[in-house]
Design a protein around this ligand. Structure first.
Ligand SMILES: Nc1ncnc2c1ncn2[C@@H]1O[C@H](COP(=O)(O)OP(=O)(O)OP(=O)(O)O)[C@@H](O)[C@H]1O
Length: 367
């Protein structure tokens, strides 16, 4: 096999990701280069594979890297059942992963229930649920996802279209946890052109999702019926690059990474603020979810305080608007004896002297 620049970049990225996650260092033998037969009880990592070019490239890279670290490498293919040929597409991806040598390869069919947040979000929810369930069933240590720098760039533009603030700009983490499961994204530094080249160089075939519009004329905008992500990829990002006279994909991906670092830092400060502002008096009266000292909140930077409110409401599963966060914050910064701020699901925020109380309506507190 010829180690092309793309293959070297991909192999290096997967190896670094697994090592940074603390995987593959259990046995001193694995510090030496070369292939090592994984022990029967060796940690298992699973590639989340859609059958597309990015995740087929990742499957090919991971199955090469894992044995050098003494890890077992399998794959999970989730069949969303949203397209007429989805069972066939999934079966094809299973076969291709097996041919590459991944083992085990699991095909999991899910039921996508359309919810208020749309079909794409519902499919993502169902997909992560299935990935977590399979990982738990197999005792896997991590799931590898094949998001690339192009996904980061597109995500940033989608964030700008849909919402506002730092969160809208912040990209995905290279390492995160969901329901206790470690999620790794080793290819965030690679471009889609590189994953395509890796597949071509290794003779791997992939499936092109027709809803991506990849095979349609690049000069003709996709109809509005295509998913937003596909339209951003096909129309907006190329138009932006043409306008700027340079490849904006790389720059936007870098911005998404920097914004994510900033967001992680502010979130950490916000959690610290919440913990130092909490009143120590125990137990809280019935219906009071949090009691926070105004003197501590007042000293914090407004951006940190805004994130603290957002973190607090998120922990209570409350979808609170930015306007409501502003009203709650005014209890600290512009206090003139105003009444309580009504929040969703019978929650409210009130100021009592030098304390902000986040309460659930007494009638509903015990339900
Ligand atoms: N049906 C699926 N089954 C398993 N994993 C999936 C599936 N769909 C997506 N994933 C995982 O989530 C990642 C991001 O999903 P997305 O739909 O954005 O894919 P993509 O950027 O088109 O990548 P690909 O070319 O691999 O389809 C994929 O690279 C893959 O790791």
């Amino acid at each position: 096999m010829v180690y092309t620049a793309e293959l070297k970049a991909g192999i290096g990225a997967v190896r670094k990701s697994l090592q940074e996650a603390g995987l593959g260092q259990q046995d001193p033998r694995f510090r030496a280069h070369g292939q090592h037969e994984p022990a029967a009880h060796a940690p298992l990592v699973l590639v989340a594979c859609s059958g597309g070019r990015d995740s087929m490239a990742l499957a090919a890279l991971a199955v090469k890297v894992c044995p050098t670290l003494g890890l077992k490498c399998g794959a999970v293919i989730v069949d969303h059942g949203l397209q007429a040929d989805s069972a066939q597409v999934s079966a094809q991806a299973v076969g291709r992963c097996q041919d590459l040598g991944l083992d085990p390869v699991v095909n999991r069919r899910v039921q996508v229930v359309q919810a208020a947040e749309g079909l794409e979000a519902a499919a993502r929810q169902a997909r992560y649920g299935a990935l977590t369930a399979v990982a738990q069933e197999l005792g896997a240590d991590a799931i590898l996802l094949a998001h690339t720098a192009d996904d980061q760039a597109e995500g940033l533009l989608i964030g700008l279209i849909r919402s506002a603030g730092l969160k809208a700009l912040a990209g995905m983490s290279a390492q995160s946890r969901r329901d206790g499961l470690l999620l790794l994204r080793p290819l965030l530094g690679l471009r889609r052109s590189q994953t395509t080249a890796i597949c071509q160089q290794l003779g791997i075939r992939w499936w092109d999702d027709p809803t991506n519009g990849d095979r349609l004329d690049p000069q003709t905008p996709l109809p509005a019926s295509f998913p937003l992500r596909s339209r951003v990829r096909h129309d907006l990002l190329p138009a932006l690059s043409a306008f700027a006279g340079k490849d904006m994909g790389a720059q936007l991906a870098r911005s998404a990474r920097l914004a994510k670092d900033d967001q992680d830092y502010i979130d950490q400060e916000a959690l610290r603020l919440l913990s130092s502002a909490r009143c120590q008096q125990e137990p809280e009266p019935i219906g009071v979810l949090a009691a926070l000292r105004v003197s501590v909140l007042k000293q914090a930077h407004p951006a940190v305080r805004a994130h603290a409110w957002a973190c607090l409401f998120q922990s209570l599963n409350l979808a609170v608007s930015s306007q409501q966060i502003g009203q709650v914050d005014a209890l600290v910064t512009h206090w003139h004896g105003q009444g309580r701020v009504t929040l969703p699901s019978f929650y409210s925020a009130t100021r009592k002297g030098h304390v902000i109380l986040i309460c659930k309506d007494r009638e509903h507190a015990n339900r």
